[in-house]
Design a protein around this ligand. Structure first.
Ligand SMILES: *Cc1c(COP(=O)(O)O)cnc(C)c1O
Length: 424
């Protein structure tokens, strides 16, 4: 059976990317350069005091960072072998936004706010991001609109930081968005516009609305460089944390990273940043729901053609609302051609199983989207497709010392009743 047929039948697949350059890097990157990465990491670092000032009760000394914790291999249902280890990157616990979207969203909104402040003269070049916490800056930003479309979490991230800085915020929510996320945003003073359509339609509507107002800034999940680079800036954090755990990544100790993928910005930015930080020693895989494998179908389509999951007779409806995206970002798909090892898809029922197991056995409260990466190790290590991918990557005995990093992407803000419903 071809992979296309299996996608159509909602059967889980593990696809090995034929264009992946495991060891060699492309001579010239397309949209972003090494220096974009270095600057983004530095910018993200210098933004942290601003985030502490804006959210003194929830952002600690270290700023917007999440723990990296070791997990028992049994949690992923895999036998890792030898000295291989399983670690979990807890972006579900990121302050304020409660999801990975804090990285991209906060980075883009703070950067945009700074540009507005410089342009209007409330801050001078060289002032630094702290200038944005002044009363004058707030008043100024209050005259500026910030628009975003969201299945929920990007809206929460952009909405909460946007309002904290004083922006007038409008969040366009797709059919997938949960009521509690809308309420939370309204409480923070954001305007929530509800759409009955899917996420990509909501993005296009919000973009059109922003287009009509030159003073409005649209956080564009399909095309934004600032979002992508904000995610990429997570790499130094991971590198430092692995070193603290005594897990030094290298040719004899490869790092496998499993990232839940929606439109692609968060996992794409993170994967690209990790490739900058670890080079040929890291291999990233995306995980998508079987109902919405938008990045997989875009990768299969090739560079010059846009494909959506509708072309495969799928409806894009999934319990994993953060991943309920019908068409991937073309920018990210292009960026990832040479940097992504593969993509696996997973059924909603399995994701729910992960939610329950992580809660009962490790006391973690993750949303279904956030658990998708947990399917990675078993699929890589214990299936024929996985063996083939490992062989293609030239991984032999090194697998006995590999580090498997599951990126958990959201959950901290999920209210009790919503979480209970998943458990039941
Ligand atoms: C948004 C999101 C993702 C994926 O990010 P994309 O940029 O849409 O690919 C994964 N998990 C959660 C919980 C999310 O909110």
């Amino acid at each position: 059976m071809t992979i296309e047929t299996r996608i159509r039948e909602s059967a889980p697949v593990l696809w090995a990317n034929p264009d992946y350059q495991a060891t060699g890097f492309p001579d010239r990157e397309k949209a972003f350069s090494r220096s974009d990465y270095v600057q983004a990491c530095e910018r993200w670092r210098t933004m942290q005091p601003l985030f502490r000032t804006l959210f003194p009760d929830s952002v600690g000394e270290d700023g917007i960072v999440s723990p990296l914790t070791e997990l028992d291999a049994g949690m992923a249902g895999a036998t890792l072998g030898g000295e291989a280890r399983l670690v979990l990157k807890r972006d579900d616990s990121l302050a304020v936004a409660g999801s990975v979207k804090a990285r991209g969203g906060f980075h883009e909104v703070a950067q945009h706010a700074y540009e507005v402040a410089i342009r209007t003269g409330v801050a001078r070049p060289g002032d630094g991001f702290a200038a944005l916490a002044s009363a004058g800056a707030r008043v100024c930003l209050g005259h500026h609109r910030l628009l975003v479309a969201s299945t929920g979490n990007l809206g929460l991230s952009v909405g909460l930081i946007g309002r904290a800085l004083g922006f007038s915020v409008e969040v366009h929510m797709s059919r997938d968005a949960r009521t509690w996320k809308k309420q939370r945003l309204r409480q923070a003073g954001a305007r929530v516009i509800e759409h009955a359509s899917d996420y990509i339609s909501a993005v296009r509507l919000a973009a059109a609305e922003a287009e009509a107002d030159p003073a409005a800034h649209f956080v564009d999940d399909e095309r934004s460089a600032a979002l992508f680079l904000g995610y990429a800036a997570a790499a130094p954090e991971v590198k430092a944390q692995l070193e603290t755990l005594g897990l030094a990544v290298g040719p004899d100790r490869p790092l496998f990273v499993y990232l839940p993928c929606g439109i692609g910005g968060a996992p794409g930015g993170i994967a690209w940043g990790l490739r900058q930080a670890f080079g040929a020693d890291v291999h990233c895989l995306f995980v998508e729901p079987v109902a919405a494998p938008c990045m997989l179908v875009q990768m299969l389509a090739g560079r010059n053609e846009a494909r959506s999951v509708y072309d495969f007779g799928l409806d894009g409806r999934t319990l994993a609302d953060g991943l309920a995206v019908t068409q991937a970002s073309r920018l990210v798909a292009d960026m990832m051609r040479t940097h992504l090892a593969g993509i696996l898809t997973e059924a909603d029922a399995i994701l729910l199983g992960h939610v329950r197991r992580l809660y009962r056995e490790a006391g973690l409260r993750l949303e279904p989207s956030a658990t998708a990466g947990l399917s990675g190790p078993v699929r890589l290590l214990h299936t024929g497709e996985g063996e083939a991918l490992l062989a293609r990557l030239g991984i032999g005995a090194e697998r006995e010392r590999a580090i498997h990093l599951v990126w958990s992407t959201g959950g901290a803000l999920v209210p009790d009743p919503a979480f209970r419903a998943w458990l039941d």
